[in-house]
Design a protein around this ligand. Structure first.
Ligand code: COA
Ligand code: UVW
Length: 332
């Protein structure tokens, strides 16, 4: 069974309810149908019912609940919840009511209120507009200071990482993490890797330099992050700073980083910033025709997951399955 099938199979056993907030998008409707048919989770679509049915055409939507945040009887309660949570930060009752009618905010408030186990959105909404409500309403899990994200990249015909499976982080949330945040992103990624792959994490902290071959403050940040992680979790295999070829390719590792127990064997790549992470994952996805599973949120107190606007319907199903695993605490 391949990784994606395994994730879907594990999700089935959790019996969770997942809300897909962008019910008016065709790929989302198709994903909801697959989630229902494969019994991955109970699924709810948000949006105006007639519009969703019109977009669905002849597709049978039985068993999929549709809720319109504009007219839902719960909207007022959610607005009150939002107002109470954010009034000290300047939220007014009017603004809370306006936001609660927005499907992304409504879905986030459903999760917060315990009415569903998780939310997935981002097929037609930019990442910042998914995470702003999540940060304000759901907040970070205990002990976490920075929420981040990971992609599991499944690269065909590739011998690197774990037979072509490699975790990339952070590719979606933190524009310019400092050394402490970078170390925390690496630690969270090691947990995500273990939860999904059941394999030892081997972490490369990426840079344009390997072991002092280049000098710059951005390189210093990666070295500092590596040292912080080593102190925090000495049991974890981590090395940096490493270039991507030194991290992945044994022959290059021998030349550039001899003696490293990570170089040439890494299965987790931690990018120094969001420019490199986001560009890197999209290049591998498109040029190597890799499956990009994610972005998987790391460190939120309750499961909310984003998508790329370039996602397929299958990508949405995969992220919904991971959301169900997060709701069961099988992935954090
Ligand atoms: C996610 C993002 C919108 C947050 O930025 P922001 O809203 O300006 O954040 P702020 O600094 O104003 O903080 C707002 C709240 O979110 C929290 N927050 C922001 N980033 C956080 C993080 N990474 N982890 C946890 N909490 C975070 C803040 O603590 C603050 O909480 P509070 O209001 O309760 O005090 C921003 O980091 C962003 O745009 N990231 C890039 C997203 C993107 O375009 N990705 C590329 C495509 S995937
Ligand atoms: C994760 C990501 O890059 O999202 P989008 O493609 O929607 O910007």
């Amino acid at each position: 069974m391949d990784l994606i099938q395994k994730i879907r199979e594990r999700a089935k056993a959790t019996n969770k309810t997942i809300v897909l907030a962008e019910g008016i998008e065709e790929r989302v409707i198709k994903a909801a149908v697959t989630i229902r048919d494969e019994k991955i989770a109970k699924v709810i679509l948000l949006g105006r019912e007639e519009k969703i049915k019109e977009i669905a055409g002849g597709i049978d939507l039985s068993g999929i609940e549709i809720i319109d945040p504009e007219i839902s009887e719960k909207t007022r309660d959610y607005a009150e919840l939002l107002y109470q949570l954010r009034k000290d930060k300047g939220m007014t009752e009017e603004k809370a009511m306006e936001l609660a009618k927005n499907p992304i905010w409504y879905g986030t408030l459903m999760v917060k209120n315990g009415d569903v186990d998780g939310m997935v959105a981002g097929a037609i909404t930019a990442t910042a507009d998914i995470f702003r409500p999540a940060f304000q309403v759901i907040k970070t899990a205990p002990g976490v200071s920075v929420v981040s994200s990971a992609f599991i990249m499944v690269v065909p015909n590739c011998e690197y990482g774990s037979n072509g499976i490699i975790l990339f982080a952070d590719c979606a949330i933190n524009p310019n993490p400092d050394a402490k945040q970078l170390a925390e992103i690496a630690l969270a990624s090691s947990r995500t890797w273990k939860a999904l792959m059941d394999e030892e994490p081997i972490i490369a902290m990426l840079s344009f330099s390997t072991k002092g071959s280049g000098q710059h403050e951005t390189v210093d940040k990666v070295v500092e992050a590596t040292n912080i992680l080593r102190q925090k979790a000495p049991e974890i295999k981590v090395d940096g700073e490493l270039q991507a070829d030194a991290a992945l390719v044994p022959k290059v590792a021998k030349t550039k980083a001899p003696g490293s127990e990570v170089a040439g064997r890494a299965n987790i790549l931690i990018f120094p910033d969001l420019n490199s992470g986001n560009i890197g994952y999209k290049l591998v996805q498109r040029l190597a025709k890799a499956e990009a599973i994610g972005p998987i949120s790391q460190g939120l107190a309750m499961p909310i997951n984003d998508l790329s606007r370039g996602c397929s319907s299958d990508d949405i199903v995969n992220v919904a399955a991971i959301t169900a695993l997060q709701a069961q605490n099988l992935v954090k």
